[in-house]
Design a protein around this ligand. Structure first.
Ligand code: NAD
Length: 486
């Protein structure tokens, strides 16, 4: 598929205008299925970020004073345009990230739903009336937008991250500057074009594609920004938090994960096995919530491993437009990293149960075979670190206590999926695990509207999505009044 050059080389969207980077430079975006260049994209730098922040500041007053329903209506018009163009956008995301087309379609559907949900928050920003010790005093709170928000995003589900981040921020009256990831910026730029078409006032939404150490650092460290949100790796999250600390502004971090599927002996394996495999192979394992650990109760351990390995062996790998089960990894660095983890696991003593390594037969892209490891010890790197690839580490447990200890043995706390038909045990697990999200007899539900994308431990903090994101994207002002005693 050819990508229209104007959406990429003129990819800086600032103050309602599309233009090239001030430096005139571009960076190359690659097609993961062919390893060939896909597009040249405007390479925003500090100068572009300065202009974007200034445009967002100028737009903030008028935008925040617009009626909430007007803000919501505009976001809904934008969502309607995305729905109209969903098929082209799904293809763009699929090719740029390397995921099968049907996964791109699903992502676009979720992204649009999240945009509409965010639009619905516009007229639901409420404060509280406060009890008073004295009849002569009354008090209440207002919730007000922060001002200029900055969002620096990862590449794996770009449409979802963009829509879910931007919609609530704008709905409650903020303006925003977004830096999409340089690994897969195309769908974000195309969706932003539709915002323009929907009538987005100049400066309310600004998009500056570019590299992390250039546009990313410039934006997260910009003194004109009032709130920073970041989606990406823990290592970068640390740098972003330091930059926000310099400016003393609030920061929301959505970082990595090492999510387990915890399978008890009474689980319905016919339902569980395909979902467990999908949880680590969807997007070639490049999801923050990927089910990268398989914790199985001892009596069914061998059976589960055998069935997971058999199911993995049925997966078909190929480019996005072949629309098979799994695509390639995003780039050479990620490919080397994942293969490095596979080799490292072997040398640490883990045993691959499936055929492990590069999948050259799938095509010239960065394809890696889905891999299941047995004989994994809790101290091994594949048991503790985020691989961000289709690599699953299995460990055995006996009983609830041991399951909880294993779940908690990693730094991350994003999602825990529990498979059991014992309601009491499922709820005990849900209560006692340190995790932002828990799934019971399913994995990462996308059917629940407004499900907060919460994270715990080193997976980050602050509200991600759902209704409570209003509290994250506004600050509370307390107002008190002394009443005239006459
Ligand atoms: P990354 O940390 O390398 O990059 C994320 C973004 O930060 C990119 O836009 C990048 O350009 C920018 N960046 C890089 N260095 C920067 C710096 N010093 N200052 C400011 N910005 C900088 O992560 P990635 O490889 O793009 O994404 C993969 C990671 O994202 C994984 O760890 C994954 O788990 C995580 N992720 C988390 C969620 C979530 O919601 N929790 C969702 C998707 C991905």
């Amino acid at each position: 598929m050819a990508v229209a050059p104007e959406i990429t080389t003129e990819g800086i969207y600032v103050g309602g205008t599309w233009r090239p980077a001030r430096s005139g430079e571009t960076f190359t975006d690659f097609d993961p299925a062919t390893r060939q260049p896909l597009a040249e994209v405007a390479r925003g730098t500090a100068e572009d970020v300065d202009e974007a922040v200034a445009a967002a500041r100028a737009a903030f007053g008028p935008w925040s004073r617009r009626s909430p329903s007007e803000r919501g209506d505009l976001l809904r018009r934008w969502a309607a345009l995305i729905r109209e163009h969903a098929e082209e956008l799904a293809a763009l995301e699929s090719q740029d990230v390397g995921k099968p087309l049907s996964a791109g379609r699903l992502n676009l559907m979720i992204a649009t739903g999240n945009l509409e949900y965010g639009a619905g928050l516009a007229d639901k920003v409420m404060g509280a009336t406060l009890p008073s010790r004295s009849p002569e005093h009354t008090g209440f709170t207002w919730r007000e937008p922060w001002g200029v928000c900055a969002a620096v995003l990862a590449w794996n589900v770009p449409a979802i991250m963009f829509c879910s981040g931007v919609a609530p921020a704008l709905a409650v009256g903020n303006t925003i500057v977004v830096k999409p990831s340089e690994m897969a910026p195309l769908v974000t730029l195309a969706i932003a074009r539709l915002a323009d078409e929907a009538g987005m006032p100049p400066g309310v939404l600004n998009v500056v594609p570019g590299l992390g150490p250039e546009a990313g650092t410039a934006l997260t460290g910009h003194p004109g920004v009032d709130h920073v949100s970041f989606v990406g790796s823990a290592a970068t999250g640390r740098a972003v938090m330091k930059a926000a600390a310099e400016n003393l502004v609030p920061v929301r971090l959505e970082l990595g994960g090492k999510s387990p599927n915890v399978v008890f002996a009474d689980a319905d394996l016919d339902r569980a096995i395909p979902i467990i495999v999908d949880s680590i192979c969807e997007n070639a394992g490049q999801n923050c919530y990927a089910g990268s650990r398989l914790l199985v109760e001892a009596p069914i351990y061998d059976e589960v491993l055998q069935r997971v390995a058999e199911h993995m062996a049925t997966l078909r790998l190929g480019p996005w437009d072949a629309d098979l089960d799994m695509g390639p990894l995003i780039n050479q660095a990620q490919y080397d990293r994942v293969l490095g983890y596979v080799e490292g696991a072997k040398s640490e003593g883990a045993r691959p149960v499936t055929d492990a390594g590069a999948a050259e037969e799938a095509g010239p892209g960065w394809f890696v075979k889905p891999t299941l490891f047995d004989d994994v010890d809790a101290s091994m790197r594949i048991a503790r670190e985020e691989v961000f690839g289709p690599v699953l580490a299995a460990q055995r447990f006996s009983g609830l206590r041991e399951a909880l200890d294993l779940v908690d043995a990693v730094d991350y706390g994003l999602l825990v999926s529990v498979w059991t038909n014992d309601l009491s045990r499922a709820l005990q697990m849900a209560r006692d695990v340190r995790s932002g999200q828990v799934s019971i007899n399913e994995f990462a539900n996308s059917a629940i509207l407004g499900l907060p994308f919460n994270v715990a431990k080193r997976s980050g903090f602050q509200h991600g999505g759902g209704y409570s994101v209003i509290n994250e994207l506004t600050h509370e002002k307390a107002v008190t009044i002394q009443l005239d005693p006459r």
